[in-house]
Design a binder for this molecule. Structure first.
Ligand code: DAH
Length: 339
């Protein structure tokens, strides 16, 4: 193509460009499309420079094309930068989903896994026992004979054959010792489900406990306190105070109850979890009563035991104020409130 023809081609492109730009008004996408389209057109003409023989002409056409290119770029850029540019916005017509939450592990499962992990680090083995127990394992072997008043506090569900739904995980202490037939040490924890005839904001007919038992030649009460304190500090990331109170359990002597500081830190007199006392009872513990060792045929040994309520620990860890929520079906309300 000759130089003159290229020049007239440039003029044509330029006027088409201006016309289209005018029609596009201030619509962003259109402006961008026009810019691309006409810069491409110019590119085609740039390629034709090679075919021109006269160097003077080459230079002249080059200049014209470069100027036109700059003109296209500047004019479109200034339009795009104009504040009142119309952006085409596609409206979001979806409704916000009701179930923003797509499921997770149950808080009790989370807690049980964490509890197990901490005790495993301290060398405890996990032991399991049946949920349907005999009177012997649930009561008598634990030094709670039939007439003992401690049975009243642990009223439960009985089967016709006299067996019962276990009221605590303590029977696993007996089973674990029997299984090991005197082999030392016995160092176990037994997580599991337990049952009682209870129903209020802090008691549910089904709940979870973790039992602990450590039997060896030399085991002291200070070991028990040390291990429990280590556990609670770990489980609550060091955020709780631990308190031991003298107490009574038929299967330990001496016995203590373990309290930990409440989520409200004692600052809320109406707190449902600690009832305004600032502390919550979370476990029972003590040195294994010699009567229990006698029942399983262990001699010359010492041991400590403990049993903790998992729901209580969870309530404090996750700030849940009604134990029945753990087993209710209204999981939406539950999750919305606490997670
Ligand atoms: N089994 C007791 C209960 O459910 C808790 C308990 C207290 C367990 C003291 C123990 C213990 O092992 O030593 O109330």
């Amino acid at each position: 193509m000759e130089a003159e023809k290229i020049k007239s081609e440039v003029d044509k492109i330029k006027s088409l460009f201006e016309q289209e730009l005018q029609i596009a008004e201030d619509e962003e996408t259109k402006i961008r499309q026009i810019r691309t389209k006409y810069l491409e057109e110019l590119n085609k003409l740039f390629k034709l420079i090679r075919e021109l023989k006269d160097p003077e002409e080459k230079r002249e056409i080059g200049k014209i094309l470069n100027r036109t290119k700059e003109y296209f770029e500047e004019i479109t850029q200034s339009k795009l930068e104009k504040k009142e540019i119309t952006k085409i916005e596609i409206p979001d017509i979806s409704i916000e989903s009701y179930f923003g939450f797509h499921g997770s592990l149950h808080p009790i499962t989370i807690a049980l896994r964490q509890i197990t992990q901490i005790f495993e680090k301290m060398g405890f083995e996990v032991e399991e026992g049946p949920e349907i127990e005999t009177d012997w394992y649930n009561f008598t072997a634990l030094n709670i004979p039939p007439e003992h008043p401690a049975r009243d506090m642990q009223d439960t569900f009985y089967l016709e054959d006299g067996r019962l739904l276990r009221t605590h995980t303590s029977p696993v202490q007996i089973r674990a010792m029997e299984k090991r037939k005197g082999k030392l040490p016995v160092k176990i924890i037994a997580p599991g489900r337990v049952f009682r005839r209870d129903w209020d904001a802090t008691h549910s007919p089904v709940f979870h406990q973790v039992e602990g038992l450590y039997v060896d030649k030399v085991v002291r009460m200070s070991d028990l306190f040390g291990i429990l304190e280590f556990f609670f500090k770990n489980f609550f990331d060091g955020k709780v105070k631990v308190r031991f109170r003298p107490s009574y359990f038929p299967f330990t002597e001496p016995s203590a109850e373990v309290d930990i500081s409440c989520i409200c830190d004692g600052k809320e007199p109406a707190c449902k979890v600690c009832k305004g006392t600032g502390f919550v009872e979370v476990a029972g513990c003590g040195m294994v009563n010699p009567a229990v060792f006698k029942n399983v045929g262990y001699e010359d040994v010492r041991g400590f035991a403990f049993g903790m309520g998992v729901e209580r620990l969870c309530m404090i860890k996750f700030g849940i104020n009604d134990v029945r929520l753990f087993f209710g079906a209204n999981f939406v309300a539950f999750k919305r409130r606490y997670f």
